[in-house]
Design a binder for this molecule. Structure first.
Ligand code: G3H
Ligand code: 13P
Ligand code: ZN
Length: 305
């Protein structure tokens, strides 16, 4: 069932569970998400970044996700992740995305409001949901954001931003970052800030950079030759707490990439005679599917569809 993010996030917000947004850029990752959602009876958000579009093509990616969503009985949306300008958002809306993120977090506050409002006025009449971001995560944003340039979300600004723009969901910066190297020391999120934002903002909140970087996957990848020393993510307990404090959408990309890579390395090492892509990518798809299933249980969305 093909739906908009709003249809998935409002019930999640009301019942205090989270819906995973899983980044895809190929068929295997999409199948992993679709099969996991079906088996877990969970809603799912399929997220596509501008660089995924560059890689897979807007028309191809849109068609395969639409086909998946129309084939399964669980609700799924197709979401533009980190759209950096009006043009990409409008192209995705025209292509049939049911949700777009307009990421003006690199702009000045007023400019972010103006850009977000423009996208909202294009999207809402078409039934498309809009997510915006306030504050700046370290790691991969529109371009790489250095740690010192990361800015946590100000709760008062969040209130004003939501009132002025009419967005459906707001991505907040509370100490997470994109990628596999989130913390040099102990993992730490600013839950007090999240509470304050929640008190002032009544729409679903979004946590980017939410991968946990499971150490067993790092160990498996390392066993088969990967170099990932120092990789560290968000502990699962932190994710649960964030959901209890109002996070309704949780973005996962890195954990899928890690599961994929570890498994491809394992298969190629253990089966050096294998050269059928399906025998290499099939197990990688299954590994990603298990990761997605685990996330759906952790976020509490399993059994909600
Ligand atoms: O924030 C999203 C990603 O993890 C970065 O994705 O490499 O497709 O731009 P990308
Ligand atoms: P991770 O890098 O932690 O998976 O975050 C993904 C993300 O926020 C996509 O928007
Ligand atoms: Zn993100």
């Amino acid at each position: 069932m093909f739906v908009a993010n709003k249809d998935l996030l409002l019930p999640a917000r009301q019942k205090a569970y989270g819906v995973g947004a899983f980044n895809i850029n190929n068929l295997e990752t999409l199948l992993a998400v679709t099969e996991a959602a079906t088996e877990e009876k969970s809603p799912a958000i399929v997220a596509v970044t501008p660089s995924a579009i560059k890689y897979g093509g807007l028309a191809y990616l849109t068609r395969i996700v639409k086909t998946a969503a129309e084939t399964v009985s669980v609700p799924m949306s197709l979401h533009l992740d980190h759209g950096e300008n009006f043009e990409i958002a409008s192209k995705c809306i025209a292509a049939g995305f049911t949700s777009v993120m307009i990421d003006g977090s690199f702009l000045k506050f007023e400019e972010n409001i103006t850009l977000t409002k423009q996208v909202v006025s294009l999207a809402h009449p078409k039934g498309v949901s809009v997510e915006a971001e306030l504050g700046r995560l370290a790691g991969v944003e529109e371009s790489t954001v250095e740690e010192k340039e990361a800015v946590l979300t100000d709760p008062n600004n969040a209130k004003e931003f939501v009132e002025q723009t009419g967005v459906d969901a707001l991505a907040v910066a509370i100490g997470t970052s994109h990628g596999a190297y989130k913390f040099k020391a102990e993992p730490k999120l600013d839950f007090e800030r999240l509470k304050l934002i929640r008190e002032k903002v009544n729409i679903p909140l979004v946590l980017h950079g939410a991968s946990s970087v499971p150490q067993w996957i790092i160990e498996k990848a390392t066993k088969y030759g990967a170099e990932l020393a120092g990789a560290k993510g968000i502990p699962e307990e932190h994710i649960k707490k964030a959901i209890s404090l109002g996070i309704a959408k949780i973005n996962i990309d890195t954990d899928l990439r890690l599961a994929f890579t570890a498994t491809v390395r394992e298969v190629l090492t253990n089966s050096p005679k294998e050269f059928d892509p399906r025998k290499i990518l099939g197990p990688a798809k299954d590994a990603m599917k298990e990761v997605v299933r685990g996330k759906m249980r952790l976020f509490g969305s399993a059994g909600k569809a």
